[in-house]
Design a protein around this ligand. Structure first.
Ligand SMILES: [Zn+2]
Length: 294
């Protein structure tokens, strides 16, 4: 396992899955084949499947240890959960053993933070025990952005039980609230002196990024403000999963500008390969210098 350092804090990625998924013309409504082909030389095969052009995506958690606290950022899909996506249905992965191998026993987690409440970011919030969904991390507070939670709670009211986010609100978010482990936060909330939060709405109404800063260095955990590294080069390519395409594109550009300004290590939720990198301005957009230390 590779441990990255930001000042006195450490970051480690724990992967649940990595697979080829959508073709880019399906993923991005603004997709342009020629622009995609210009970047293909470095994207194949790690980020784009050879031959098919399907986008390769990882589903992973970031473990942050600040010295004061152990924090998990985004909790993947989880085991035993009934989902319509066959690649995500009733998973049985050794994810918790992988966490333990990083010195992160479930009992040791102080905070669970979700960048947003989509199905692939909340799964391990809970586990199945005697037929019930219970908090996986018994000593953790789970921090949910107030605006994000309110959105999905309203959706549940209109769509009905078990329908929101393919059932994930009911099996991975509500049980946390019912267990009294949830804390609804605004973006001025600071769970640890090294952590700050910034709103980047658009992918979902309450999408946030989490900044870790120490000793003049910054890492930015950006969730799904970008799904794939091609979006660094084309920040106007919002995904088909974005709640508001234009707002998402604006937030993406702001996030990338913020990363340039603070020279932050960008740590998204689904980039495979080196998983993280530094954003540099290029023309009217950006490029990514991968952090190959992994
Ligand atoms: Zn995601």
């Amino acid at each position: 396992m590779t441990v990255r350092r930001i000042g006195g804090a450490t970051i480690e990625k724990v992967e649940e899955l990595c697979a080829a998924g959508f073709r880019p013309n399906r993923m991005f409504p603004k997709f342009d084949q020629q622009a995609f082909d210009v970047q293909k030389h470095w994207m194949v095969p790690t980020h784009v499947e050879a031959g098919s052009d399907r986008l390769v995506g990882s589903v992973h958690t970031w473990i942050v240890k600040t010295g004061r606290h152990t924090i998990l950022i985004d909790t993947c899909l989880g085991n035993d959960k009934q989902r319509h996506n066959p690649g995500w249905n009733k998973l049985d992965t050794p994810f918790l053993n992988r966490l333990r191998a990083c010195g992160c026993a479930p009992e040791s987690v102080d905070f669970v933070m979700c960048t947003h409440l989509h199905v692939d970011h909340v799964g391990w919030n809970t586990k199945l025990e005697n037929g019930r969904w219970v908090p996986t991390f018994p000593n953790a507070k789970y921090l949910f952005a107030k605006r994000e939670y309110a959105h999905w709670e309203t959706e549940r009211g209109t769509q009905g039980e078990g329908k929101v986010n393919d059932g994930s609100f009911d099996d991975s978010v509500l049980p946390i609230v019912e267990a009294g482990k949830a804390v609804m936060i605004e973006s001025d909330h600071q769970p640890d002196p090294l952590l700050t939060i910034k709103d980047y709405p658009g992918h979902t109404p309450g999408s946030i990024a989490i900044n870790l800063k120490d000793d003049g260095r910054t890492a930015t955990f950006s969730g799904d403000i970008m799904h794939h590294p091609i979006q660094v080069y084309h920040p106007d390519w919002s995904s088909q999963f974005c709640w508001d395409q234009d707002m998402s594109a604006r937030s993406r550009r702001t996030l990338l500008e913020d990363c340039v300004e603070s020279n932050a290590l960008l740590c998204p939720a689904h980039f495979p390969g080196a998983n993280a990198g530094y954003v540099k301005p290029e023309g009217n957009a950006f490029r990514l210098e991968w952090d190959e230390q992994r």
